[in-house]
Design a protein around this ligand. Structure first.
Ligand code: FAD
Length: 394
């Protein structure tokens, strides 16, 4: 097999994909280039504006329904093919916040409703969530409980057939714009994970208030905020999964989320690598292109290894989960490795671009700002190491 004369073009060859996956990747890149490229991205990054039209275009392409079985109206993609689509979106869509919001919607609402919803809950919410008509969020984290998620303080007091929810949530992706949020709360009087339940709470429910979006460093086009639950009354139809089954709902979400949420980072890493190669070939210092300096070409080589390794690790985790049961270990390995690799690669990309990389015009600094949260959300790197150690019998 011959290699093209242009090493940058060669970088887009996904050697770890089979023919089906490679075609899916290419088709999705074409979709993103045609439908998701827009000039206002830099302004929206500054103002922190969510791109609703981009959300609708992704829904029309099927992104919000990727893994859901066909009998529930989904595209029935395997997890492997789901991560291929997300990888391609990370590569070709400039708006990392939009793709992050879609991820939060998929793993925080769509997948829990598909896996744990009653037929009535699926009828009411799943179709509109997949069609892009409703936006979903997920609220576990509280001001006093992050990594120690199950120590949450939000309470669900039984009242008649339903519950009264009281508490405060924070860092909930999509909360400022969400039509429904899956809220986790402890049933009053219980202890341990068995006492936690998940509730579908609709925007506008009396007692539910969503704050203004929190201002953050990266992923600025993905709104994130606080929720206050103050005597928020929900009926029995709001309980997602069995009463006391919230930990299972959360854990099944996390299995999908930890594997899939890093897939767009792989595409983003590849895009940044390609920019680095182009820059290293054209930027000249001391009479030659900077790519001729060994310390620069070594950075590019390390980036290439990081992209290929990350893609293989995500793909492997998805394949293990597709062939289930299990995959917890692979999901945490994937989350830990890819997020750390993405931060490292973007840090080096900025260095390679010198002062220009630090300027907003080059959009290298935005790439770094957008990936930095990945070692924190969906369980920090420290917690992934803890989980991996525990699953290895320590
Ligand atoms: C962009 C973004 C989006 C998010 N979206 C959502 C969302 O949609 N829904 C939601 O519920 N939450 C969301 N979160 C919250 C996220 O899940 C938490 O921030 C994360 O779990 C860490 O919790 P914390 O911020 O309270 O940090 P803490 O748990 O207070 O941790 C602080 C530091 O201590 C370390 N640490 C804590 N415990 C241990 C331990 N046992 N061993 C070693 N180190 C430890 C952590 O690794 C970290 O370095 C989001 C966060 C971000 C940044």
């Amino acid at each position: 097999m011959s290699r093209s004369a242009d090493p940058v073009a060669d970088l887009t060859t996904n050697t770890v994909f089979d023919a089906d996956a490679a075609e899916l990747w290419t088709t999705t890149v074409q979709f993103a280039r045609q439908e998701l490229a827009e000039s206002a991205m830099r302004a929206r990054d500054r103002s922190g504006e969510f791109w609703r039209e981009g959300w609708r275009r992704c829904a029309a392409y099927g992104v919000q329904r990727l893994p859901v079985p066909a009998d529930h109206g989904g595209l029935a993609l395997s997890m492997l093919h789901t991560v291929v689509v997300l990888d391609a979106l990370g590569y070709a869509c400039d708006d990392a916040g939009l793709i992050f919001s879609i991820n939060a919607h998929l793993w925080g609402s769509v997948v829990p409703l598909w896996l744990h919803g009653t037929p009535e809950q699926r009828r009411r919410y799943l179709g509109p969530l997949m069609a892009g008509e409703l936006i979903g969020g997920h609220a576990m984290t509280e001001p006093s409980s992050g990594s120690d998620a199950f120590s949450l303080r939000t309470r669900a007091r039984p009242q008649g057939q339903g519950f009264v929810l009281d508490g405060a949530k924070t860092f909930s992706t999509n909360a400022p714009i969400a039509d429904i949020v899956v809220v986790f709360a402890r049933i009053e009087g219980t202890e341990g994970p068995e006492g936690i339940s998940a509730f579908i709470v609709e925007r506008g429910t009396p007692g539910l208030t969503t704050g203004t979006p929190l201002d953050k460093m990266g992923l600025r086009t993905s709104p994130l905020g606080e929720l206050a639950l103050d005597g928020c009354v929900v009926g029995p139809e709001a309980v997602l999964g069995p009463v006391g089954g919230g930990a299972a709902v959360f854990n099944s979400s996390m299995l999908w989320e930890r594997t899939c949420i890093v897939a767009p980072l792989v595409g983003a890493m590849q895009r940044t690598l390609e920019r680095c190669v182009s820059y290293a070939r054209t930027r000249r210092q001391f009479g030659k292109s900077i790519g001729r300096f060994e310390s620069i070409s070594a950075k590019v080589a390390d980036m290439k290894v990081a992209v290929d390794t990350s893609r293989s690790i995500v793909r492997r985790a998805a394949q293990v989960i597709d062939s289930g049961p299990g995959g917890l270990l692979e999901a945490s390995v994937s989350k830990l490795y890819v997020s750390e690799a993405a931060v490292g690669l973007h840090r080096e990309a900025l260095q390679l671009h010198g002062g220009y990389g630090y300027m907003t015009d080059y959009e290298i600094e935005r790439g770094l700002r957008d990936v930095l949260a990945s070692t924190i959300y969906s369980g920090t790197s420290e917690m992934q190491r803890h989980i991996i150690g525990r699953l290895m019998g320590l």
